[in-house]
Design a protein around this ligand. Structure first.
Ligand SMILES: Nc1ncnc2c1ncn2[C@@H]1O[C@H](COP(=O)(O)OP(=O)(O)OP(=O)(O)O)[C@@H](O)[C@H]1O
Length: 310
């Protein structure tokens, strides 16, 4: 076990930011913490790192109790915070080398690891640049290099792709996979469901300081009743006909706005066929049929009644 959290509670005055949270993260995982803004992800990470005092609960990392002075644990953690934390007066090379030297004493080793980190985030052409000359995406890549140069066993990334261009975003996501393949366990917080779907071996969905569901993406999608979302372009359909559609087997809901008919059904065979048969039999012309499987947003919506990005 790399991380074990039991019954964690963190309050800011009357606001319960972390509400009796339990979590276990195993060696080798890329663990995704998915939740909307304000759900408590950053507060949780800060508690995990002993940067914040909490009100209740226990936290163990690498099987040892975590505390502000647990330096042996901290040496083996790399953190990439949401806000860029680099020195403006140091170049790209100097920044990475500085952060690496906080953990590694041997100068030759610091040089070697700094070069490796630069290559890892593809900043070779920018080593002499000062941070203010870098674009947002390049700056994020520098921030990541500073956090991982010392080869930590546990890497924590708090929303590392917010406001990042698609090219840098892909580079960051690919880089995280590579770090994981090299042996690091990763905790990744985000409110982008596509990223956790693409990256994470296991996911916890957070809302209001609680973990409301956790598992692999397949397990999470199995938890909800929604099996398929079918969308059709329909120019005319009567309220009676919509009601008939609602009464077909496996149908959970039918909505009709403008010319879009959206039908949600539970898992079941031939749902689409039944719908199309009904439309054909009743001479209701339709165009552009799409079917979609549930996303993690649907999981969030079904459990909490609201969208991930409200
Ligand atoms: N220092 C603080 N004092 C008081 N309330 C706080 C403080 N920091 C966070 N909060 C509140 O605690 C809750 C959780 O915030 P937190 O920043 O941990 O969420 P988050 O999921 O990381 O969101 P975001 O993605 O916006 O950072 C929010 O309601 C927030 O307003």
């Amino acid at each position: 076990m790399i991380v074990q959290v039991n019954n964690l509670v963190k309050r800011y005055d009357h606001l319960v930011a972390i509400d009796h949270l339990n979590l276990e993260i195993q060696k080798g995982e890329i663990f995704g913490l998915l939740g909307p803004n304000g759900s408590g992800k950053t507060t949780f990470i800060n508690c995990l790192l002993s940067l914040l005092k909490y009100d209740k609960g226990t936290i163990e990392i690498f099987g040892q109790p975590m505390s502000p002075v647990a330096y042996d644990i901290k040496r083996n953690i790399g953190v990439i915070f949401q806000n860029i934390a680099v020195f403006e007066e140091l170049t790209v090379y100097e920044n990475i080398s500085y952060f690496c030297s906080l953990y590694i004493k041997d100068n030759a080793e610091v040089k070697r690891l700094t070069k490796e980190a630069i290559a890892f985030v593809s900043l070779e052409d920018y080593v002499k640049y000062y941070p203010k000359k870098l674009s947002g995406g390049l700056l994020r890549r520098l921030n990541i290099a500073c956090g991982i140069a010392h080869k930590p066993k546990l890497i924590i990334l708090d929303e590392p792709t917010v406001a990042v261009d698609p090219q840098s975003r892909n580079k960051i996501l690919e880089g995280i996979k590579e770090l994981n393949q090299q042996g690091a366990t990763v905790i990744y917080t985000t409110h982008y469901m596509e990223e956790v779907e693409q990256l994470c071996s296991r996911i916890a969905i957070m809302d209001k300081g609680k973990i409301i569901a956790k598992g692999t993406k397949e397990e999470l999608k199995e938890m909800i009743s929604l099996g398929e979302k079918i969308t059709l372009e329909v120019f005319h359909i009567t309220p009676d006909q919509i009601q008939h559609l609602r009464e077909l087997p496996h149908i959970l809901s039918v909505e009709y706005t403008d010319t879009t008919l959206t039908i949600k059904s539970s898992k079941g065979k031939n749902n689409l066929i039944h719908i199309l048969e009904f439309l054909t039999t009743n001479s209701i012309p339709f165009h552009q049929v799409f079917t979609e499987h549930p996303t993690l947003n649907d999981v969030f919506l079904e459990i909490t009644g609201k969208e991930l990005r409200d």
